[in-house]
Write a new protein. Structure first.
Length: 507
């Protein structure tokens, strides 16, 4: 590689209760996209947080362009040319889009913020990234997760940088948005920016990156040219095991002909428009579609997390619709929902894995006297930790200190331990590594075998094709097509997702 050395890290070690980075040394070059690979909890984010000045290493050194680099905080790292886009959204939900983009750089005239200039400059940052439709006056928190992520990336790209760190940037992006991002990354690479890229989507890594570095259990395993490593080899390096004996599980149907839930005429504004479908017992129903197609909103309406304009949910063969005033009614009726944004909706970050896992099942854990049955609670949490292989010191570890993927495992576990009949999953494996994903698919299968019904929203079409009995497609708020496993094809599903809802017949 002829590109000059840009950033070197030497013997970095980071210790919390245990060592989470252990003597790691890596060279990053200018003008390269360097992917960091590793299972959930391998230490990828921690390494990046040290480079970005968000945390300090316990020992070890770094250099940027030959100069010693030991940032005290994010501002110091930015001054040296390092920008980071983290896994979780870090914008201030109550501020406008323009304020978030320009935070720390607010243009002022005579000591007062120049609003016109603020919006003008934010507009340029968004337009540059193809985000013409986002209003700079909009309140950031009112936009979808995908949009917020795009704004965060646009903000980082708008600041001059030599090193750009992206921690799972595409997890919440649609295919189109991801393509825009890749175009930009290629441009930045040509301009000599060094890009550090974390993703669990190996096809993306293969396509985009020049080199990969693999971390396992906090240790450096190897750096390779991406072109020299195929997908299976990447997984082997990450897990330290051979994939040869880990072929995917055979698909088995557990679908019965008894209806578990019927949704009729569900509507809310322009987001969800007259959606009707049913799901049987033992069925795994996938919902495909582009980001913004209304899939998350549909689940939220069924779960009564938002109020529908019209529409009804019927359970089993009942002819009277259920009226859920809020999610607690839905839970009482046997529904469970795993939400997309674990930080906002799913987890209590300051509480332990144990408390979070059993949170939704508390009624089952109370003894006659009203005390929580501690032993049963611990047992339940321990069982889930084992089956999901959550990487932690113990079930008493605070969820906020787990790696992103491991937090997601707890969010999924919390609902899996509940004795629900109908599970609504919104992007259940977002940020989860390849091996853990397999285990979650197996848990889906177990649930279906127990005649539970699953509705799975996922942007990862491969995931739906692998796990589901049927795939319904949403586009612009409408349910536009539905395909049984026996007659689906990727092309048909993609076509339906991209088609205008008025031109496609429901299959
Ligand atoms: N503040 C903290 N206190 C204790 N442990 C922590 C803290 N922050 C991180 N860890 C631990 O460090 C380890 C590495 O976490 P890190 O977030 O770097 O993993 P990762 O490779 O980015 O994983 P993922 O793919 O899930 O994002 C994890 O086991 C995590 O629990």
């Amino acid at each position: 590689m002829s590109d000059p050395l840009l950033l070197s890290v030497r013997n970095l070690t980071k210790r919390y209760a245990v060592k989470v980075l252990d003597d790691v040394s890596i060279d990053f070059h200018a003008g390269e996209i360097h992917a960091l690979l590793g299972a959930n909890g391998a230490g990828k984010s921690t390494l990046c947080r040290i480079i970005a000045g968000l945390t300090r290493s316990t020992s070890g050194t770094m250099q940027i362009a030959g100069h010693a680099f030991a940032p005290e905080n994010k501002r110091a790292a930015e001054a040296a040319g390092v920008q980071i886009v983290q896994q979780e959204l870090n914008q201030i939900a109550t501020l406008s889009v323009a304020e978030n983009i320009m935070i720390g750089r607010l243009p002022a005239r005579f000591g007062v913020v120049d609003r016109g200039e603020l919006h003008r400059r934010a507009r340029i940052a968004l337009d540059r990234f193809g985000l013409q439709e986002i209003d700079t006056h909009a309140i950031t928190g009112s936009l979808g997760v995908g949009r917020q992520q795009m704004i965060e990336i646009a903000t980082a790209l708008d600041r001059d940088c030599r090193v750009l760190i992206l921690d799972e940037p595409t997890a919440a992006l649609s295919a189109g948005e991801s393509e825009t991002l890749f175009t930009w990354l290629n441009k930045l690479r040509q301009q000599g920016v060094g890009i550090i890229y974390i993703s669990h989507r190996l096809d993306e890594v293969a396509r985009l990156s020049d080199r990969i570095t693999v971390l396992r259990d906090g240790k450096f395993i190897c750096t390779r040219q991406t072109a020299d490593v195929d997908r299976d080899a990447m997984v082997d390096l990450m897990t330290g095991e051979s994939t040869e004996n880990q072929a995917g599980d055979e698909y088995v149907s557990h679908q019965t002909d008894r209806v578990a839930m019927r949704v009729e005429g569900m509507s809310r504004g322009r987001w969800v428009r007259d959606v009707s479908f049913s799901v049987n017992r033992g069925e795994r129903l996938g919902i495909a579609g582009l980001v913004g197609a209304g899939r998350t909103e549909l689940l939220r309406l069924i779960f009564a997390a938002d109020r529908a304009d019209s529409g009804a949910v019927y359970l089993n063969d009942e002819s009277t619709p259920r009226r859920f005033a809020d999610p607690s009614d839905a839970v009482a009726a046997g529904l469970a929902m795993v939400t997309e944004d674990r930080k906002e909706n799913g987890l209590l970050l300051s509480q332990s894995i144990r408390a979070n896992t059993t949170l939704a099942s508390m009624n089952r854990l109370f003894s006659a006297g009203g005390w929580i049955r501690g032993a049963a609670e611990r047992q339940m949490a321990d069982r889930m930790r084992e089956s999901m292989e959550t990487r932690c010191t113990s079930i008493e570890q605070t969820v906020g200190t787990l790696s992103g993927g491991n937090q997601q495992k707890v969010a999924v576990a919390k609902w899996l331990v509940r004795d629900a009949d109908i599970f609504l999953f919104d992007e259940p494996t977002r940020g989860i590594d390849v091996a853990a994903r397999r285990r979650i698919y197996r848990l889906f299968e177990t649930l279906a075998r127990e005649e539970k019904s699953l509705v799975i929203v996922s942007s990862d079409l491969e995931e739906l094709l692998e796990t589901c009995d049927r795939i319904a497609v949403m586009s612009a708020g409408r349910l536009v097509a539905s395909f049984a496993r026996s007659d689906w094809s990727t092309e048909q599903i993609m076509q339906a997702a991209f088609a205008s809802p008025d031109t496609v017949a429901v299959g």
